[in-house]
Design a binder for this molecule. Structure first.
Ligand SMILES: [Zn+2]
Ligand SMILES: [Zn+2]
Length: 345
């Protein structure tokens, strides 16, 4: 019988949350074993995403504790569960937000796995990547290209995927005016992808601090929304075909709708709980649209990684060792990180 396992430490370090709103605890646990259709991954890097707040604060309905957060995971396959044939021992793989679909709901029956009604999310539905070893089902795995480091690849599995996939499905064509609101974890990647897609890119940020960086990342215009009315500035440029709203501020998003051109679309990826305000007249005039977007499938992740490899799009990251997960998380929450925080194991 073929080998299905390589040397695995019997115990592992884990950064977990024991109750809603609890602090990170670094504990030692038994290394898990993969079940049928699963693999065991030796985690090398795991990005800290703002959505990890759903785990940390126990906001996700039905979440159970203790729980290990983390859905930007990159590592090496150490053990193959039963009925796993398409992946190899030692292969480097990633796991993003899409942690597995049920295969039976209406969306899945249509092949729309991204919108599976019972989508499993690593770090929420089951333990994620803030640990040394992680079990994941094969339908959650993406292959990582050779030339990307694990720490660089990790944020591309959620922040990269979300901006890449939403923009490529936005309907904007090369040469179109595309604005990226927010120069942060999502936005700094969105600007790069928008530039590589051949759009005329407008970056919108608060203050002038990020103006030079936004241009370096590929924006041809920078709008400081503290100093100018961003919607008016966009109209002076002809109106945006797409505005990718990445900063989690519903107020800021509401103010941008008037910056859309005819048939323009505001795509919302920055997650908040407050309402976005828009009048029917604003949408009817110019047939404008408002759309949300959530990540993608592992195949979309592979497209994101391949495109990034091809074009040189990379996240800007700050790394922390697993033991300092609490510090890394606090850094992400502070909004001061440049721009994605990644745990390394
Ligand atoms: Zn995420
Ligand atoms: Zn489904």
């Amino acid at each position: 019988m073929a080998t299905t396992r390589i040397a695995i430490a019997p115990r592992m370090k884990v950064a977990r949350i024991s109750k809603p709103g609890g602090d990170f605890e670094i504990v030692e646990c038994e290394t898990p074993q993969p079940g049928v259709g699963q693999v065991l991954i030796k985690v090398q890097a795991c990005g800290i995403c703002h959505s990890d707040v759903l785990t940390k604060e126990g906001i996700w309905p039905g979440i159970q504790f203790p729980r290990v957060p983390g859905h930007e995971v990159v590592g090496l396959i150490q053990e193959l569960g039963e009925l796993v044939s398409e992946w190899k021992l030692g292969q480097r793989v990633g796991v993003g937000w899409h942690g597995g679909q049920d295969g039976t709901c209406v969306s899945c029956k249509r092949g729309d796995f991204r919108n599976c009604r019972n989508l499993k999310i690593p770090g929420i539905s089951y333990d994620g990547g803030y640990r040394q070893y992680m079990v994941a089902p094969v339908e959650a795995l993406a292959a990582i290209p050779e030339s990307l480091s694990s720490a660089d690849a990790a944020p591309l599995l959620c922040a990269g995927l979300t901006t890449f996939n939403s923009l490529r499905h936005s309907g904007a064509l090369p040469g179109d005016l595309v604005a990226v609101q927010g120069i942060g974890g999502l936005g700094h990647l969105g600007i790069q992808y928008a530039n590589k897609f051949g759009y005329k890119v407008v970056a919108i940020g608060r203050g002038s601090a990020n103006a030079a960086l936004a241009k370096k990342l590929g924006a041809s215009v920078y709008i400081d929304s503290n100093a100018a009315n961003a919607a008016e500035e966009l109209q002076k440029l002809g109106g945006a075909q797409v505005i990718l709203a990445t900063a989690p501020s519903s107020k800021a998003m509401s103010k941008l709708i008037d910056g859309l051109g005819p048939n323009g679309k505001l795509i919302v990826v920055g997650a908040t709980l407050d309402p976005i305000e828009v009048t029917p007249i604003q949408l009817i005039t110019g047939s404008r649209a408002l759309q949300g977007w959530s990540t993608g499938t592992p195949a979309d992740s592979e497209d994101t990684l391949r495109f990034s490899e091809l074009t040189g799009v990379r996240p800007m990251i700050e790394t922390y060792p697993l033991e300092r997960a609490a510090e890394g998380y606090a850094r992400m929450m502070s909004g001061g990180a440049q721009f994605r925080v990644v745990l390394t194991m």
